[in-house]
Design a protein around this ligand. Structure first.
Ligand code: ADP
Ligand code: MG
Length: 279
């Protein structure tokens, strides 16, 4: 079987030993793991089947998760292997050691223009790569943006929102609904890749200002604010960055800036490394 016990008493999954918990996800824990033969360290996310839509029954879903293993991009957390048992699915991922962008912003208050631009360029590059592979994140927020040892962005959880039940998506949304696009919270029939670019606009605003464009203690009021699309630009905010945020936070997804428009925006283009958008 794929599950066993190592000599140390640790649980063994396939050729990996499961170690301490490093994060708590909506569907289960994220643990550190070690590849037995090589000692290579990984992160292992444990998904409970009973809490995931379709994972228990449909094999097509399995193929879709297998497809996520083909995504390779410097700013997307790699999915190395998927190990199934009757009760759980273990996602063996690249271990990212620098913590969440969220904690980093919280610690510093807000980030400067140069640093924000660098993270933003990396995020848009990763998002654009996944969209080209027809995968939408739907739950982008600073908690899902990890930093590696060199302070480079690694986006976590790409493609996984499709396997949540709508209730689960709403509840993770409700943990932090401030980044959700208006069409995602309004029972619209069409929810496409534009939702991720809205979230990127909110993330850019949050990095530069250390505050959120849409916020309220009361969730229904927060949803009203998001759907209205009205937000304040702090007077000290970089003017060109504010202009970029404004074209990204358009309530109508058809009017919202797409990747093409974002990467040719004057604020975005400065210091853009050539390898982020290869032709
Ligand atoms: P969920 O989206 O279900 O809340 P996440 O995948 O975001 O779960 O994981 C929860 C937390 O676990 C993350 O916020 C992060 O702190 C940690 N984590 C997730 N993936 C990794 C990883 N590959 N490397 C290191 N830590 C991770
Ligand atoms: Mg997450």
């Amino acid at each position: 079987g794929v599950i066993g016990l190592a000599a140390t008493g640790h649980l063994k999954i396939g050729s990996f030993i499961i170690k301490e918990t490093i994060g708590k996800g909506a569907f289960g824990a994220v643990k550190k793991g070690t590849h037995i033969q090589t000692g290579y360290n990984v992160a292992i996310k444990i998904l409970n089947r009973s809490r995931m839509k379709g994972l228990g029954t449909v094999t097509k879903t399995r193929n879709e998760i297998d497809n996520l293993q083909k995504l390779t991009h410097p700013h997307i957390t790699r999915l190395f292997r998927v190990i199934s048992t009757p009760s759980d699915i273990f996602l063996v991922m690249e271990l990212v050691s620098g913590g969440e962008l969220f904690s980093y912003i919280t610690k510093k208050g807000f980030l400067g223009v140069k640093e924000s631009r660098r993270y933003f360029q990396q995020i848009i590059s990763g998002v654009s790569y996944c969209h080209k592979h027809m995968i939408v994140h739907r739950d982008l927020k600073p908690e899902n943006l990890l930093l590696d040892q060199y302070k480079n962005i690694k986006i976590a959880d790409f493609g996984l929102s499709n396997y949540m039940t709508d209730g689960d998506l709403l509840s993770t949304c409700c943990g932090s609904p401030n980044y959700a696009a208006p069409e995602l919270i309004s029972n619209k029939l069409y929810v496409g890749p534009e939702v991720d670019l809205w979230s990127c606009g909110v993330i850019l605003y949050a990095m530069l200002n250390g505050s959120l464009p849409f916020d309220d203690q009361h969730v229904p009021t927060l949803f009203q604010k998001i759907k209205s699309g009205c937000f304040n630009i702090p007077p000290m905010m970089d003017k060109e960055a504010a202009d970029l945020v404004k074209i990204m936070l358009k309530v109508n997804p058809v009017e919202r800036a797409d990747v093409k428009q974002i990467i040719k925006h004057g604020w975005f283009k400065i210091d853009l490394p050539f390898y982020l958008f290869p032709e």
